[in-house]
Design a protein. Structure first.
Length: 307
């Protein structure tokens, strides 16, 4: 799969990217937070799907896509969905901010195939001024990842984007059997794989393949089995291993960060602070008798978008 962020073509109006996911390791999808000037903007047909979510004050806009014209007042959270292969144009009366998400056809198609929907339903359709609270929640969670100083593992962003595709096509995971948890041997196999590859980039696709399940089905059963989403379990295990290595005192903090799968030392420090309540430096200066942190790590952050 090509992991390179698509290059947007020039517009008649100006677009300034405030944030981009190019350096975050996301594969098959990406996002930008963009300032868009007032005026006319033309968008050519792309090979990927596009979703634009309006951010901030309402803006009066006119657009044309798939030979249909629309006039509306775009409010905070309203989303436009432009499937691959469709071009269009729009004009905004005033400048605005857009959270722009692109989804590769391979990424979307893989998710669609795993939902076992009828072919007529298994497609992304153009939508304008879509107002869906659940989709908004996913979009704002992905935006928080984009804007975070220390983003979570790419596994989290992949999970969010998968859920966005599911929501856009109106599908739900097809649970062929009524089993609601992973079989013990399957759970053990997945956990062993995670443990052996904590220092590497893990993907939902490879973990689901170990369980011989679709990604949507696997996400549901993993959470029911382990009591937390896949990405949270992986981050927690990385923090626990990093803590153990730091207390051994044999490696530098920067090396431990790399060996436990964190992007860099500050990324590790962020998650240790969030889950353990101490930074790596504070942990090293904690006396063994005072170290009461056990294997169960409380989440001192909110249950919001960066979880």
């Amino acid at each position: 799969m090509n992991a390179v962020t698509p290059i947007l073509q020039p517009h008649s109006g100006s677009r300034i990217a405030l944030r981009t996911s190019k350096t975050l390791g996301w594969q098959g999808f990406g996002a930008e937070l963009v300032n868009v000037s007032a005026g006319l903007h033309r968008i050519p047909a792309f090979r990927h799907h596009r979703v634009g979510v309006h951010v901030g004050a309402p803006v009066r806009a006119r657009c044309m896509c798939n030979e249909r014209r629309y006039a509306r007042i775009q409010a905070h959270g309203d989303a436009d969905v432009i499937p691959a292969g469709l071009d269009g144009q729009w004009s905004d009366e005033t400048a605005c901010t857009i959270f722009s998400v692109w989804i590769g056809e391979d990424f979307a198609q893989r998710t669609i195939e795993q939902l076992a929907l009828k072919s007529a339903d298994a497609q992304l359709r153009p939508q304008f001024q879509m107002r869906d609270p659940r989709f908004q929640h996913l979009a704002w969670a992905l935006r928080a990842e984009l804007e975070a100083d220390d983003a979570s593992d790419p596994l989290y962003a992949e999970s969010l984007c998968t859920a966005m595709v599911v929501r856009l096509i109106g599908g739900a995971p097809a649970l062929e059997d009524r089993r609601r948890t992973l079989a013990p041997r399957t759970a053990a196999r997945v956990i062993e794989f995670i443990e052996a590859h904590l220092d590497q980039r893990l993907t939902l696709s490879e973990l689901a393949a170990l369980a011989d399940l679709s990604v949507p089905h696997f996400k549901v059963l993993f959470r029911e089995t382990l009591g937390m989403p896949v990405h949270r379990y992986v981050v927690q295990r990385r923090v626990e291993r990093a803590r153990a290595l730091l207390l051994q005192g044999r490696l530098s903090a920067s090396q431990i960060a790399l060996d436990t799968g964190f992007a860099h030392q500050s990324h590790m420090a962020h998650w240790m602070g969030r889950l353990l309540g101490v930074t790596p430096r504070e942990l090293l200066f904690t006396k063994p008798d005072d170290d009461v942190t056990g294997a169960v790590l409380p989440d001192r952050g909110s249950s919001g978008s960066r979880s």
